[in-house]
Design a protein around this ligand. Sequence first.
Ligand code: SPD
Length: 285
Amino acid sequence: MSEFDQYLAPPNLWFSELHKNEVGLTFRIKDILYSGHSKYQRIMVVDTYELGKVLILYGSIMFTEKDEYFYHEMLAHVGMFAHPNPERVLIIGGGDGGTLREVCKHPTVKHVDLVDIDSEVVRISREFFPNIASSFDDPRVTVHFEDGARFVKETDNRYDVVFVDSSDPVGPATSIFSHEFYEAIKAHLTENGLMVAQSESPFYHSQFITNLFADLKRVFPYVKMYLSWMPAYPSGMWSYAFASLGTDHLPKRSPENLNGKLRFYNPELHKAAFVLPNFVREMVE
Ligand code: SPD
């Protein structure tokens, strides 16, 4: 038996996420735990040999158990710590509960609205990822199953921090990548308010990023990109958009009083994440 025979022997099931149909990330599957369609998208949960359980929406990897905290901590805590006193938070998307879990670690938080169009994502995450979907029963949290773009246009609430924890800009997430959407978010921010959105990979999505940041700069007076790692996302290099009414991106508070441990975020990393390689600077400046 050669060293390659293990790849031919059953069970020999692999999942590949293709980026732009030309390159991709692939991993070997131990078991398919769930596969179905909600009203909006195909949803899969698979167990893998290397990455733990993986949530896949619309064919794209949302997270693996092995790397989810890279993404959720960097999305949530950069925005939360850049605000002097975040009390009211809005999460658009994020139905898996990972960003919510991180936001709820902040004792300053009094109320969180989470708006996801797809109730199935919440149900499946609660069933298969209880450590990620761990804050849905927090009394400070209200979950709304509706279109995030419509919610933010129609709500009377104002927020200190808004997170856009969307899937890629295809399928059910398309409505939350638009100029009108960012205008609506801006209109619902409090005085020191700010927004953080996941903004794809500079390595593969340069035109998307250039357009997004140009759009954001037309809406917000203060806009910055920051970068972090996310091994299971295309290229592993992942970007985030920070936009505010004037509040800068630097940490204003220390993580000492948080309810819960941090495995990834620290204030030094927060500051360093805003230092961009030249090819990325050119995309956003
Ligand atoms: N390429 C996948 C990008 C998905 C970003 N959002 C993931 C949601 C996890 N809470």
